[in-house]
Design a protein. Structure first.
Length: 187
């Protein structure tokens, strides 16, 4: 089974991937790692961490779909998480492999910005978290951008029939719900 978990930055994608790893023993691949490989190792490809998430997703789309097809061909279970997945790409994989792909997207289209800034600091993954050293103003600006991105993703998910979970309120309960959705037989 291939599990795709995408959506806005700071919406809980990695948390879900880590939960599935812990609960089910299914490894995950973060698209952030691939994107940073392009950023730092192959800048000539023009894929870098300063692009808007949908632009990264568009530039990585053919690579990502081919990678997913290879994972599916091997029959391995894997979670792929990150911002760089378009809802229409997930839909295409689900249609091509209906019993082998599950996907959901996360966002926070209706979040209180100040609360989300506090959460970003509270749920930081520590010293290797890029937001750790950023000012509240920078975090605030990032959250505002991700609210806009969440609204876009929510609309794209609706248009493509992909499950969207909004983590604006009840963050941990929504993460539980999204994880259960992915792992359910009818996910």
């Amino acid at each position: 089974m291939l599990y795709l978990v995408s959506g806005s930055s700071r919406s809980g994608k990695t948390t879900i991937a880590q939960r599935i790893l812990k609960q089910e023993g299914i490894p995950y691949l973060s698209l952030d790692w691939i994107m940073m490989g392009f950023t730092n190792g192959m800048p000539e490809f023009g894929i870098h961490d300063k692009l808007w998430p949908d632009e990264i997703a568009k530039r990585l789309e053919s690579f990502l779909v081919a990678m997913c097809e290879s994972v599916l061909w091997t029959g391995q279970n894997l979670v792929i998480e990150g911002e760089a997945i378009l809802p229409q790409s997930a839909r295409g994989l689900i249609v091509s492999h209906p019993e082998q792909v599950r996907a959901c997207f996360l966002g926070f289209a209706n979040v209180d910005i100040d609360q989300k800034v506090r959460e970003a600091k509270t749920y930081s993954s520590g010293e290797r978290d890029w937001l750790t050293e950023e000012s509240d103003a920078t975090i605030r600006n990032h959250i505002k951008n991700m609210v806009e991105h969440s609204r876009l993703i929510e609309a794209q998910c609706k248009a493509n029939g992909i499950q969207y979970f909004d983590t604006s309120t009840g963050f941990l309960a929504t993460i539980d719900e999204a994880t259960a959705y992915l792992l359910s037989p009818s996910g």
